[in-house]
Design a protein around this ligand. Structure first.
Ligand code: DX5
Ligand code: ZN
Length: 219
């Protein structure tokens, strides 16, 4: 077994997106990470529901939709209808994280809670029994190509320990600064899914990068 890979289309070629998606699908990625940014929760603006709908028609990859959006509950149903398989909401972006996660599940989609680098695990402990995935941001959200923050591995370890102790089955995903070295560290610490943007897409051979991530996490 090796880590599941979620290439982030934030770093893909927007005008050749179908090509870039097929490439990672054929290379063995399991998920496709779609970053949604509203210009408020994070400075940038990226990908809306219409993109998810188009992607849904073109790929069988699990669509992993990361909402970097204020009050994400306003958009959960729209992204569910567009074809998202997993919807992630930041604990920092809503006053009602439990309700937002319930709303995702009611829409028939896997529910993910996301935490920023400055947010401790204690803020999400009460929702862990109802989530399918926890996303630990390993950079400050908003941009691709940033440097992995090693201290975030402590959160991955703490979540892995809670999984063990309480019998939870959620996946632990990391997002930001992933490369072959940081992915191996995260996998060895308990991460089960890695988002990889610039590492996969800014290089000449995305398929080779995916093979490398699989190789360094093969056990
Ligand atoms: C950052 C996004 C990431 C981004 C990661 O806010 O959430 O998904 O695409 O990019 P890399 O892998 O280049 O750090
Ligand atoms: Zn992301």
């Amino acid at each position: 077994m090796s880590i599941k890979i979620a290439p982030s289309i934030l770093s893909a070629d927007k005008l050749n997106l179908e090509h870039d998606v097929k490439l990672v699908e054929e290379a063995g990625a399991q998920l496709l990470h779609v970053d949604v940014m509203d210009g408020l929760f994070v400075p940038a603006i990226a990908y809306g529901p219409a993109w998810v709908k188009e992607l849904r028609a073109k790929t069988n990859l699990i669509l992993d939709v990361h909402l970097m959006v204020e009050r994400p509950e306003r958009y959960i149903d729209t992204f569910a209808e567009a074809g998202a398989d997993i919807i992630g909401v930041h604990v920092e972006a809503t006053q009602h994280i439990y309700r937002a996660l319930q709303q995702i599940k009611q829409a028939g989609v896997k529910a993910e809670v996301v935490i920023n680098p400055g947010t401790p695990i204690s803020t999400i402990e009460t929702v862990l029994p109802i989530v399918d995935q926890v996303l630990v941001m390993t950079v400050n959200p908003g941009f691709g190509g940033q440097t992995f923050i090693p201290a975030m591995l402590d959160k991955v370890a703490a979540l892995a320990a809670l999984k063990q102790e309480k019998g939870y089955t959620f996946d632990i995903e990391i997002d930001g600064g992933a490369n072959d070295v940081t992915t191996k560290q995260a996998y060895d610490t308990g991460a089960t899914v890695v988002v990889a943007g610039s590492y996969v897409y800014d290089k000449v051979d995305p398929a080779a990068k995916i093979a490398k991530l699989q190789a360094v996490t093969a056990d």
